[in-house]
Unconditional design. Structure first.
Length: 264
């Protein structure tokens, strides 16, 4: 399959690299930054396109990987390209709803996605909503296969969940990093060197997540297993509960969700 990319920034570049190194698809990439584009083409054997019209001409599937502020200009260039109606488009732009694309291009085949930062190390999570593609079973399967090349992916049946997932996936690296930083501070306070403290916390977070994923164990069950009666861990858990740890996270996610939906 010929796959086109408009934009090759951090997220777009991560997707391009993942697909280029794990598939036999032919990739065409356009970016205004010609130096970045030529470097990408040289390192990953992708084809550098001279403009958006060339992407539309040569690719069956087109990833739109530009910032939301640039979407309008890109859509205008796509509309000016012959045959654009016959292509399938994938958007990774946060907060840009389906109607923005259909108002500009008509009832195209569109996948609105929300990947997250860990996609840059092929450990991301992507939520995908397919618009005007109910009968395109083979194409949907092929696209989900692509999304799984840079992490894991799920398909949702309503566009609203693309916005709602932001608090769970896209924004969560920020508060996970806050927790990691706080735990590292605690380790430094206990006497460990900063470098060692961060390594200890990162491995603990990574190992816990990996264990849960590989065993399928519920997080609550693992927490209970670690909490010995009258032990050190339950003392820490009790303190976190007193401080409103869970409520703070849930409230933060609700605020994030409202912001994503334009309610605040």
């Amino acid at each position: 399959m010929n796959i086109g990319f408009i934009g090759s920034g951090n997220m777009g570049g991560a997707i391009i690299k993942a697909v280029a190194t794990q598939s036999s698809h032919t990739l065409y990439v356009y970016d205004k930054d010609t130096a970045k584009l030529n470097s990408l083409a040289s390192e990953y054997s992708v084809n550098a396109a001279g403009n958006i019209a060339e992407i539309v001409e040569k690719a069956q599937v087109i990833f739109i990987c530009v910032k939301p502020v640039a979407i309008a200009a890109v859509l205008q260039d796509i509309k000016n390209s012959p045959g654009y109606e016959m292509r399938t488009y994938v958007s990774i732009a946060a907060g840009v709803k389906v109607n923005v694309f259909t108002d500009a291009l008509g009832e195209i085949q569109l996948v609105r996605t929300m990947p997250n930062l860990p996609a840059m190390v092929k450990e991301g999570f992507t939520v995908a909503y397919f618009h005007n593609m109910s009968e395109k079973y083979e194409m949907k399967a092929a696209l989900m296969e692509l999304f799984n090349m840079f992490g894991k992916a799920i398909c949702v049946d309503s566009e609203k969940y693309v916005d709602k997932c932001i608090s769970v996936t896209s924004s969560s690296p920020a508060y996970i990093c806050m927790m990691i930083e706080a735990m590292a501070d605690g380790a430094v306070k206990a006497g460990f060197a900063r470098k060692d403290a961060i390594e200890m916390v990162l491995q603990s977070v990574y190992g816990t997540a990996k264990y849960l994923m590989e065993t399928g164990m519920h997080p609550a069950a693992l927490k209970d297993a670690v909490c010995s009666p009258a032990g050190t861990t339950i003392e820490a858990v009790a303190s976190l509960e007193e401080s409103g740890f869970r409520a703070s996270l849930i409230n933060a996610m609700e605020r994030c969700e409202k912001k994503a939906e334009g309610k605040i």
